[in-house]
Design a protein around this ligand. Structure first.
Ligand SMILES: [Zn+2]
Length: 436
């Protein structure tokens, strides 16, 4: 019982030095911070469903057996619900702008409609109006919108009622292909129907963008595709978050968890200071980032135990925004792969599920002579949170050989004279490990 007595001793000094952590008690268990007791996690995510992501980047990741998350614009995929303006007669709205300037009473309706009038220029007005609004320049947003509507009224922009997608680059992937990518272990998820500035859409149009893309993903791929989503332009708008969290369990944009610190793509903050249990560190991979820059993010993740590095990629090989070449991606993903023993590389969805499950589950562990029974107690749905959790159970010193409930031999690990075993367990399960 050397470990136990050492622990009692440590309680004594822990009361004096509050930073001292007592050694774990024999027979107790915990869920490791990351699967297989790794040091951190990485999710590689792609936005906008650009064709080169699937024809160039994905094959590199497949050859290394690395899963990715693709946030796709569902309205571009044949067979799905199309982008459209929902509301009053567009002509009526356009002519009203002659009489009434834009203000808070008509802003969302007008900002919604202009996105669906059918020209790249009008779509750009919508995007710029949204950008101004989200940066707090509300009056400037109204003014810019009035300028756009003046062009629509005098025919300098024509209302064709069609959808012009933002950043309109080629995307010819079919649902059949997306389904096969999901079956390979990739996450295919929503980036809305048409890639609008959700923060300036009125309620009905915002809900359509979120709900229709969810309905299509569910229909053509399945439940695993509707767990996470990303609102375009990385929006963190409060109103958007409220609506979106009613529809999707999690968003890459922002997560509400108090135990998670988020460093978004625009922030220069470096993880390391945070005392929170987890840090989600988003980095957008841009053309100007060198291999050394990108490598340093992985090195930083390795030097801590609480970082989840979330990479965001857009363009690939001269197609799309801020593209990276095939060669650059090959070099980077190979480096990432070489760290897989220490870092968990998985989809945004599965990393979210693991950390949420860990934070919302109690491990009950009972030592009786030569066996320890472990039960997981959680309110979460075991069908949704199906990802196995890694359990770390501290074993007595005289246990020389340990078997799990399914008769597998478990390797006995030792860290500063504390002995333990690691094994996977899913929510809703109970298991017994036995000393032989
Ligand atoms: Zn996007």
């Amino acid at each position: 019982m050397k470990i136990l007595s050492k622990w009692i001793y440590l309680i004594g000094i822990a009361s004096t030095f509050s930073c001292s952590q007592p050694d774990p008690i024999v027979g107790t268990s915990e869920i490791t911070k990351w699967p297989e007791d790794k040091k951190g996690a990485i999710s590689v995510t792609y936005d906008d469903g650009i064709i080169n992501q699937f024809t160039i980047a994905k094959p590199i990741m497949d050859s290394l057996n690395l899963p990715a998350t693709f946030y796709i614009i569902t309205g571009k995929v044949p067979g799905s619900g199309k982008g459209k303006f929902i509301g009053r007669d567009p002509q009526e709205i356009i002519s009203e702008t002659r009489e009434f300037k834009t203000d808070s009473s008509n802003f969302f309706e007008r900002a919604s409609l202009i996105a669906f009038t059918g020209t790249t220029e009008a779509e750009d007005y919508h995007a710029r109006v949204g950008s101004l609004f989200e940066s707090g320049r509300v009056e400037d947003a109204y003014e810019l919108l009035d300028e756009g509507y003046e062009k629509l009224r005098n025919g300098k922009m024509v209302n064709t009622g069609e959808v012009v997608f933002h950043n309109n680059v080629e995307d010819t992937t079919t649902w059949e292909q997306y389904k096969s990518y999901a079956a390979q272990g990739h996450e295919i998820a929503s980036h809305t129907v048409t890639h609008p500035r959700l923060a300036v859409l009125d309620e009905v149009n915002m809900l359509y963008e979120l709900e229709q893309s969810k309905a299509d993903l569910k229909k053509f791929i399945g439940e695993e595709s509707i767990f996470s989503a990303e609102g375009p332009y990385g929006t963190e708008n409060e109103r958007v978050m409220e609506y979106a969290y009613e529809i999707y369990p999690t968003l890459r944009n922002r997560m509400p968890e108090t135990w998670l610190e988020e460093i978004n793509r625009g922030s220069d903050a470096v993880p390391g200071e945070s005392k929170k249990e987890y840090v989600q560190w988003q980095r957008g991979i841009l053309t100007r980032h060198s291999f050394e820059d990108m490598k340093s993010w992985i090195d930083t993740t390795l030097n801590h135990d609480n970082i989840w590095l979330v990479l965001v990629i857009h363009g690939v090989e001269n197609l799309g925004w801020e593209p990276k070449t095939k060669k650059q991606l090959e070099e980077y993903f190979s480096f990432m792969k070489s760290k897989e023993n220490e870092l968990w590389i998985d989809t945004f969805r599965d990393v979210t599920k693991y950390i949420q499950a860990r934070q919302n589950t109690q491990v009950i562990s009972k030592l009786e002579n030569d066996k320890i029974t472990i039960t997981l107690d959680s309110e979460l749905d075991p069908f949704v949170y199906s990802i196995p959790l890694t359990i770390k159970t501290y074993i007595p010193e005289n246990w020389k050989k340990v078997k799990s409930g399914d008769e597998k031999n478990l390797e006995i690990m030792e860290e500063e004279s504390v002995r333990y075993v690691l094994f996977p367990m899913a929510l809703g399960q109970s298991t017994t490990i036995i000393s032989e």
